[in-house]
Design a protein. Structure first.
Length: 117
């Protein structure tokens, strides 16, 4: 499984960005997928996730502002980020974990999101 993330950039506070994660490989639709982020000097944290069955979960800090979605083929996962805040500045990573065999876990390369105040 390979994951490639797109869509980061520089945006002013209050603005929006959409991140995309394109997945390739066998059985992608069987993977739960998520977005994590890591700010300088901080640990990587879960931002949002979606199971292979479509159940979503969000960090409290982004609930109501971010939306995770997945295309019908399950090959691309999006993170729509609205009302961005400077604290959202981080490198964002996409992640895929097999829904049954959780040892099968993959990471994409990060994409930088910078929110200016």
């Amino acid at each position: 499984v390979q994951l490639q993330a797109f869509g980061g950039g520089l945006v002013q506070a209050g603005g929006s960005l959409r991140l995309s994660c394109a997945a390739s490989g066998s059985g992608i639709s069987s993977y739960d997928m998520g977005w994590y982020r890591q700010a300088p000097g901080k640990q990587r944290e879960l931002v949002a996730s979606t199971t292979s069955g479509g159940i979503t979960n969000y960090a409290a800090s982004v609930t109501g502002r971010f939306t995770i979605s997945r295309d019908s083929a399950g090959l691309t996962v999006y993170l729509q980020m609205s009302r961005l805040e400077p604290d959202d500045t981080a490198v964002y990573y996409c992640n895929a974990v097999h829904s049954l065999f959780t040892s099968l876990k993959y990471w994409g390369q990060g994409t930088q999101v910078t929110v200016s105040s």
